[in-house]
Design a protein around this ligand. Structure first.
Ligand code: AMP
Ligand code: ZN
Length: 472
């Protein structure tokens, strides 16, 4: 399997430390609000990566943190503390906010067929682990105390900027452009491991530590949670591209300083989902969530399909027009597969054809998770003259990685079609007239038609998938 490794800037053959076993870590959400669909693009593509590894026969153990405390990196952080802001906004405690949005995040994941990692660990459960690692970093001379906070000393490393995606000048520019500088730091790139004194001092959550009552910095949580559950050697670490610097750069700095050896071999980064007006945001413009898409009548799986149509290493522009195109394409696949389910005549799966298409699918997915080519293979299967059984078996197999509910939704579609075919043409016509009246906002006519349909023994029901007709 070839995967692009941000650390080496090249596509590489994926070889885990232990034969057939993969230790995988994913940066989890900061749970102060709902996830936007940009965040979820990262989790969808990481889910495909995990499933592709499993499809290749790897036994994957995946760990994800929940940032319920410690998303601050230094006193140079601008603006407000997001968790506190969330708590104030909703008149709740920070822990209530964290619980609520953690639950909401996994509900969104479920709707998008994103598998829950084997281990999900909130940062607040690991304070002792953070203290242990920070103490060791101080002992080894990699961390220092200044102004009440503990900082990581980046000058102690031979190569701090391991991803080589910024220069020291970038840091200078950042400072000059008005990012407040934390005067306690010895070097510009130093970052906080533990806060006891901060401009964000009204924290609700604080813990005892050898350096006074305080709370952890953001980067330390991912290093510690990963090492706690996956040990000293990590195969693959994922996140959005915005995490490369400083978050992942700092995770590597502190983990390798602590361990004394290389920590993680492969770094997988998903590029951003943007809007036509630029960066996706939770606070300005339309706050794009799964719930919002649902309220506009989109099945969340259509959004997953939209993401899979593009490669994860290209930024992607979200617009309703683009989503509508994905919806049309997805529905076409579903209706074609629905026809296959009714064509089935208990022939055998043609093994040679099956293996031929499976190999093509494998080539696509094993070429740095090329999901758009994998979807092309789905179209190739549908266009081919293989028998229905073979096509269905292939699509079921591909869906282990794609998770687009192709067979399930096609079956439901076929059932609906069957139901509709038993409905008299006169009723179908009335329903169409009613739909038209509703579109024209002529609700009086729409209601009158509905009453007529009811009087004829049928019921019109509006569902997420559209209008359904049922016999009373
Ligand atoms: P956060 O909740 O801010 O910690 O972000 C959760 C995940 O979403 C991280 O892996 C981020 O890198 C990723 N992310 C943030 N914004 C976007 C975006 N617009 N498109 C894709 N991924 C994003
Ligand atoms: Zn992280």
């Amino acid at each position: 399997m070839q995967i692009y490794n941000t650390l080496t800037h090249a596509k590489e053959e994926f070889v885990p430390n232990e034969d057939k076993k993969v230790a995988m870590y994913t940066c989890g959400p900061t749970v102060y609000h709902f996830a936007h669909i940009g965040n979820l693009r990262s989790y969808i593509m990481e889910d495909v990566l995990e499933k592709a590894l499993r499809y290749n026969g790897y036994d994957v153990k995946r760990v994800m943190n929940i940032t319920d405390v410690g998303h601050l990196t230094s006193d140079a952080d601008t603006g407000d503390d997001k968790m506190l802001k969330g708590a104030k906004r909703e008149h709740k405690t920070v822990m209530e906010i964290a619980d609520f949005y953690t639950k909401a995040f996994f509900e969104d994941c479920q709707k998008l067929n994103i598998k829950k990692p084997e281990v999900v660990e909130p940062a607040t459960h690991c304070i002792d682990d953070f203290i242990k690692v920070i103490s060791s970093l101080i002992e080894k001379g990699f961390a220092y105390e200044a102004g009440g906070n503990i900082y990581f000393d980046t000058s102690k490393l031979k190569d701090y900027n391991v991803f080589h995606n910024f220069t020291e000048d970038d840091l200078e520019v950042g400072v000059r452009e008005g990012v407040e500088e934390d005067s306690n730091k010895r070097n510009k790139a130093d970052f906080v491991l533990w806060f006891t004194k901060s401009k964000f001092d009204d924290q609700e959550l604080k813990w005892e530590s050898p350096w006074g009552v305080g709370y952890p910095g953001w980067h330390i949580e991912c290093s510690c949670i990963s090492m706690k559950h996956l040990g000293e050697y990590l195969d693959i670490h994922c996140g959005g591209v915005d995490n490369i610097f400083p978050h992942h750069t700092n995770e590597i700095a502190q983990s390798e300083a602590y361990l004394g050896h290389k920590w993680c071999n492969y770094w997988f980064h998903v590029h951003h989902l943007n809007t036509n007006s630029g960066k996706m945001s939770k606070s300005s413009g339309e706050f794009l969530t799964v719930a919002l898409l649902e309220s506009k009548g989109y099945n969340p799986i259509v959004y997953r399909f939209f993401c899979l149509q593009s490669h994860y290493r290209k930024s992607l522009v979200f617009s309703y027009e683009n989503l509508d195109n994905a919806k049309t394409a997805y529905e076409k696949i579903i209706s074609k597969v629905a026809n296959l389910t009714s064509e089935k005549d208990s022939s055998d799966v043609d093994k040679a054809v099956f293996e031929q298409f499976k190999a093509k699918f494998n080539d696509a997915i094993n070429d740095d998770i090329n999901t758009s080519n994998a979807i092309t293979v789905v179209y190739d299967v549908l266009k081919s003259n293989a028998n229905a059984e073979t096509k269905l078996a292939l699509l079921e197999d591909f869906d282990k990685v794609l998770s687009l509910d192709i067979i399930k939704n096609a079956k439901e579609f076929a059932e609906k079609q069957n139901q509709n075919s038993e409905i008299p043409a006169e009723i179908v016509q009335l329903v169409e007239q009613r739909t038209q009246a509703r579109k024209n906002k002529d609700f009086a006519t729409a209601d009158a038609i509905r009453d007529k349909i009811t009087a004829m023994g049928y019921q019109v029901v509006e569902t997420k998938e559209g209008t359904q007709i049922k016999k009373l």
